[in-house]
Design a protein. Structure first.
Length: 221
């Protein structure tokens, strides 16, 4: 049976600004989600590093949060990544095939070298350019979420990440949100998210199939 949305389910999309912790409290007094999200009872689905920007989903539905963060479901997360120097085709292919990190090989990624820099809001703290070192932008989609994974992957190919912005989580896109802005998901977006709850986990790249309860055998056993 499809998963029913909780009667009072709420899921929000936030453009997390740079230098904001992806949590609601901080003993050191640093900026947190509390500075931007006033709705009670919602919590971040997954995390986004303090020095990264972009889309964060917040929800009061624990089942949805579990499905979106469980790596066995391989839900895509898409990023715009500014790196030092323009990666050669060999570096892009390495990202596509998977990078060996200290915690094992990453799953294959989808990566595109952008011809032009994307139009993005200015960051309050400009990136640190190295003199005479050009930069390039990648569109990178992962289906897992290790600690600082994008930065570690690009660094392993010799192209350190300078700026990182998440623009999509599964079917939900950042869209026209500006840093610090938050909005409720549309009915269509909520339906697309809850469709994920009836999918089976993916195993080693095999296609995911909708979950169906086994039929009850007829007659007595």
């Amino acid at each position: 049976m499809p998963h029913d949305q909780p009667r009072l389910s709420r899921t929000l999309a936030l453009f997390k600004p740079y230098d904001v912790l992806c949590q609601f409290t901080d003993a050191a007094g640093r900026s947190t989600l509390k500075d931007y999200v006033t709705e009670p009872g919602v919590y971040p689905v997954g995390r986004l590093d303090r020095d990264s920007e972009g889309l964060v989903l917040l929800s009061n539905d624990g089942n949805l949060a579990h499905r979106l963060t469980d790596p066995s479901f391989e839900h895509p997360r898409t990023y715009l990544v500014q790196v030092e120097r323009e990666p050669a085709s060999s570096a892009l292919e390495a990202l596509r095939e998977g990078i060996v990190l200290s915690d094992g090989r990453t799953r294959p990624a989808e990566v595109e070298l952008l011809e032009e820099p994307p139009t993005l809001p200015d960051r309050p703290v400009p990136i640190r350019f190295r003199k005479n070192v050009p930069t390039a932008w990648l569109r990178l989609t992962l289906r897992e979420g290790r600690n600082r994974q994008v930065r570690r992957m690009t660094a392993a190919t010799g192209h350190p990440t300078l700026r990182l912005l998440r623009i999509a989580i599964g079917p939900i896109e950042l869209g026209n949100l500006m840093p610090g802005q938050c909005r409720e998901l549309t009915a269509e977006e909520r339906a697309a998210l809850y469709q994920l709850l009836i999918e089976r986990p993916s195993h080693h790249g095999r296609p995911r199939r909708p979950f169906r309860r086994p039929r009850r055998p007829r007659g007595r056993i």
